[in-house]
Design a protein around this ligand. Structure first.
Ligand code: ADP
Length: 619
């Protein structure tokens, strides 16, 4: 009798589920993914802009340095003072008619002919010198120079000592010559004259490697500025004499000074911009405002400035510079410094390369977690909904079966009663008293069955509508159960095992009777004729437990969960001889619930069943 409604096979439910839950969920997931993706792009863009900003800042700082250098060169060219205008590390040159360098120590030499012209030899010294050359014996020149020493102006004294040393040496008086050299080496140089101290110490160095090394060091410290050719000679000699006594850092410093001097020469030849000699480079900034001026900014200085710029960068960023831009320029946009005359690129990088992705990652995780939660809730919700719908569908199915069953169940006792009545009316058993009695009994039993059926249905309807009223009263358990056993005994022998001291219970006697009778009715219905049915009761711990046992077909475990559902009938119940409409146990359950009682079943297929109804004992 099952209707073939489309709703019953569950396909439309699946469709409904797909349309209302799966599709929106998928759409939600796609939207979330796209939102994440655009979020990632925005985060990347933000990082790129940060890096770009930082690179631009570094660039403009270096640009400011270049502009400053140009301004300084212009100021120098206008004639402003040299020393005040030259910060550490930068080398300024005034390229006027006479070359001025600041600081002098940066250069090893100055090009030939670029030192200021030295003052002319005093006439007396000139005379003394020509006499020295004319005289055959150098000894005669000694008193001449000695008397000149007393009269000569101070700047010349060093030079006179040097000449004395020469004539002493020629006369073979080495000690005297040495003493004269030492005196000359202790006198200060005169700014207008060639350096006599240097000349004296150079002479002394010829005889002492230590002195040669010391002189080399002083030369390196920029004590004297020599012209290119003499420098080449002296430097070579000193190296030779010192014989490996010069520390390597002094040698390296001297190399660098020589390179700077060569760069200076190139600037004098009109070169500018980034000039390189060996491993040393410098930016030559020239100006020819009124007189030529140039500033050489060596690479070491640029490195310092770069480091300074890098120090100002935010903590999580690096500033880098290199001869070529980084390979991944999308992640680290680089700027060329060529417009500033510098052959590098600058760019900034995150200190932690994973940082740009990380913020997005945590957001992604959060969103994923939220998505998972939503998916979980949806899955659970759909599962619960599907279950509920299935259940409702099943009940609807049972309900429709119920109508058919009820009409059938009503018809058979009615037919029986009518036939028996007709037979009695026709006087078929007129003379057979026992037979007549049997007919009357049958009529009574069938109408009882009908009454119980009608009561069950009515009770159930009342309960469903919430109209069932319970009248609670005190019930003497033993007496009451014996009464019920008596009723059931009309159909089957009932073993009543009821101890005398059972505690009373409280409840609606009609309802509880109906519950126990339903259990007894089932026990009889679902066990073969003649099989014993028993009614037991026990009182324990404030509860009275009533047990109805049969030795019938039993109930399979999976069925046991469903037998208390309304309209449920066991697979064999419908087709078999056992009449019923699937309401008995549903009624029992509802009555038990209304009394705060518990109902349970112990059963195994083929071994019979025992239903236990536990009621609270009355106080
Ligand atoms: P009905 O008896 O009208 O079918 P019930 O609600 O009383 O409805 O019982 C529901 C189902 O439980 C029955 O159809 C039957 O399959 C099963 N059942 C109930 N009591 C017993 C029993 N004592 N032994 C075996 N099966 C039973």
């Amino acid at each position: 009798m099952r209707g073939q409604s489309k709703w019953r096979d569950g396909r439309p439910v699946a469709w409904l589920f797909a349309v209302t839950i799966v599709l929106p969920s998928l759409a939600l997931a796609v939207l979330a993914y796209r939102a994440l993706d655009s979020d990632r792009q925005v985060a990347e863009q933000v990082w790129r802009e940060r890096l770009q900003d930082e690179t631009r800042r570094a660039f403009s700082q270096l640009e400011r340095r270049v502009l400053e250098t140009r301004r300084r060169a212009d100021a120098l060219a206008r004639g402003e003072e040299l020393d005040r205008r030259t910060p550490d590390g930068m080398i300024a040159l005034i390229l006027g008619p006479e070359l001025k360098l600041a600081p002098v120590s940066a250069f090893a030499w100055t090009p030939d002919g670029r030192l200021p012209v030295t003052a002319a030899l005093p006439a007396e010294l000139e005379q003394a010198e020509s006499q020295e050359l004319r005289q055959a014996s150098p000894r005669q020149a000694i008193p001449m120079y000695a008397s000149l020493l007393r009269r000569a102006p101070a700047p010349w004294r060093g030079w006179i000592h040097l000449r004395l040393a020469r004539v002493f040496a020629q006369a073979g008086e080495a000690a005297e010559s040495r003493a004269a050299l030492q005196r000359a080496s202790s006198l200060p140089d005169s700014p207008d004259l060639a350096p006599s101290r240097f000349a004296a110490r150079f002479e002394l160095a010829a005889a002492s490697p230590e002195e040669a090394a010391l002189l080399y060091r002083d030369l390196n410290a920029g004590t004297w500025l020599l012209e290119k050719s003499p420098y080449a000679y002296y430097e070579m000699r000193l190296l030779e004499w010192a014989g490996g006594r010069i520390p390597p850092e002094i040698l390296a410093g001297e190399q660098r000074r020589q390179v700077m001097s060569r760069l200076l020469e190139r600037v004098l030849h009109g070169e500018s911009g980034w000039l390189t000699e060996g491993s040393v480079s410098a930016l030559a900034t020239t100006s020819s405002h009124t007189r030529g001026a140039a500033i050489l900014t060596p690479d070491t200085q640029w490195e310092l400035w770069l480091a300074e710029t890098a120090r100002e960068a935010p903590r999580d960023l690096f500033i880098r510079a290199g001869a070529a831009p980084p390979r991944d320029s999308r992640r680290a946009p680089a700027l060329s410094l060529s417009s500033l005359g510098l052959p590098w690129w600058v760019w900034s990088e995150p200190r932690d390369p994973g940082a740009p992705g990380r913020e997005n990652q945590s957001r992604r995780r959060l969103l994923l977690a939220a998505l998972l939660v939503v998916a979980g809730v949806l899955a659970f919700g759909s599962f619960a909904t599907v279950r509920l719908v299935r259940r409702e569908l099943r009940i609807a199915q049972l309900q429709s079966d119920f109508t058919a069953t009820v009409s059938h169940e009503f018809r058979s006792p009615l037919t029986g009663i009518r036939q028996l009545g007709e037979m009695l009316l026709a006087g078929r058993a007129a003379n057979d008293e026992p037979r007549r009695r049997q007919y009357y009994e049958l009529i009574c039993r069938e109408s009882d069955r009908l009454t119980r059926l009608v009561e069950n249905v009515l009770d159930f309807v009342r309960m469903e509508d919430g109209r069932r009223q319970y009248r609670f009263e005190r019930i003497e358990t033993g007496e009451w159960l014996r009464e019920l056993a008596g009723i059931a005994a009309q159909r089957r022998t009932v073993d009543a095992d009821l101890p005398p001291e059972l505690p009373p219970v409280e409840g609606d006697k009609d309802a509880l009777s109906s519950a126990v009778l339903n259990l007894l009715d089932n026990a009889i219905k679902y066990s073969p004729d003649g099989a014993p049915v028993s009614l037991q009761a026990s009182g324990e711990g404030g509860w009275v437990t009533i047990g109805v046992r049969d030795q019938g077909r039993g109930i399979a475990p999976e069925e046991q969960r469903r037998i208390f559902d309304r309209f449920y009938r066991g697979p064999e119940a419908g087709g078999g001889p056992a009449p019923g409409v699937g309401l008995g146990l549903a009624l029992v359950k509802r009555i038990a619930d209304a009394h705060g009682a518990r109902i349970r079943v112990e059963s195994a297929p083929g071994k019979g069943s025992t239903f236990y109804l536990s009621l609270k004992a009355a106080v």
